[in-house]
Ligand binder design. Structure first.
Ligand SMILES: [Zn+2]
Length: 328
């Protein structure tokens, strides 16, 4: 008999299932330098930790709906530095962020002015590894104005810049972003140009900038194309991220791409560079990254609280695993 009435509590529990790709990346550590965790769930954090993600960067960005006041920006920036960092720590993941005014909301001039005024209160805080994500969306004059203003801010603070390149008219937008950064006297090694593709990568690398690639499921840049890019251009100054957010995206894009690269015969050292150490090197120029801090995985204590709140819901058993070296 297997009617629905025969189901027990036990039948409804998830089966212990380990995706096959995890075998290919056993023991590897990953750094996702662009992922919007505040839009993600605790399941995502757990899956990332299980797949070897030890640290990440959450850039400040657009929330899918325009904000109407400066206080929501203030609270958002504070949450990237506070609550979200705490949430990540509860899964053994070191959380950093970049702070900036995103290109879409730069088009609301009154609000953009107010954001510019509060940015200096946030970019000097501990764990802020850059000004970002900033740059062009529709390539409007207001986007350019606030992109330039924030480049000046980054220069003054000595922080790397994380550039969001536009999805429409990408090639021209990427060139313009680099030209303007140079015009403001920022050296290419302080600039991470994000959301590259086959059309932009050569020029970005030739000009000495960091080239970041976002792996998007079903569109643009899938990870097979990423493998081909590393086969063609090598691993110098290239990094992979998920840019997972509230839309259709994959927070496991970095470990999955590492697995695919491994399967495709890419050298382990190259995989390590593009899925971990290049991003560490680029953003460590902020003076805010210490790799020793990535080893928090062995000291998770989910009984901990942030401003009196935990990530646990009534009756849940906290995970307390002190001093295991690797979590997967
Ligand atoms: Zn983003």
């Amino acid at each position: 008999m297997c009617g629905i009435h025969d189901l027990t509590e036990k039948d409804l529990q998830p089966l212990p299932y380990t995706p096959a790709y995890l075998d290919k990346i056993k023991g590897m550590r990953f750094f996702d330098p662009h992922v919007h965790m505040s839009a993600r769930t605790t399941d995502d954090y757990q899956a990332m930790a299980d797949a070897g993600v030890v640290a990440l960067i959450e850039p400040a960005f657009w929330l899918g709906q325009p904000r109407t006041g400066i206080d929501t920006f203030r609270d958002y920036f504070s949450s990237l530095l506070g609550w979200e960092r705490f949430r990540a720590s509860q899964f053994g993941i070191k959380h950093y962020c970049t702070i900036g005014l995103n290109s879409k909301e730069a088009n609301n001039e009154a609000l953009a002015e107010a954001v510019m005024e509060i940015l200096p209160q946030f970019i000097y805080k501990e764990g802020v590894v850059g000004v970002g994500e900033i740059g062009f969306d529709d390539q409007t004059p207001l986007e350019e104005k606030y992109y330039r203003a924030q480049l000046e801010l980054a220069k003054e603070a000595g922080l790397p810049v994380q550039i969001h390149t536009p999805h429409r008219d990408k090639k021209r937008g990427t060139q313009r972003s680099m030209d303007i950064a140079l015009e403001h006297g920022l050296p290419p090694h302080m600039i991470i140009v994000d959301h590259n593709n086959e059309e932009t990568v050569k020029e970005v690398l030739d000009r000495g900038f960091w080239a970041a690639f976002t792996i998007y499921p079903f569109t643009k840049m899938g990870n097979e194309r990423m493998v081909a890019i590393v086969q063609q251009y090598g691993s110098e100054r290239i990094m992979v991220n998920s840019a997972a957010d509230w839309g259709i995206s994959d927070p496991l894009a970095v470990p999955k791409t590492a697995a695919l690269m491994h399967e495709s015969g890419i050298d382990l050292n190259d995989i390590h560079l593009v899925t971990y150490s290049n991003a560490v090197t680029a953003f460590a120029q902020s003076g805010q990254i210490n790799e020793d801090d990535f080893n928090i995985a062995g000291n998770i204590d989910q009984r901990e609280k942030f401003n009196g709140s935990t990530i646990l819901r009534g009756g849940q058993q906290p995970r307390v695993d002190k001093n295991t070296t690797i979590i997967r």
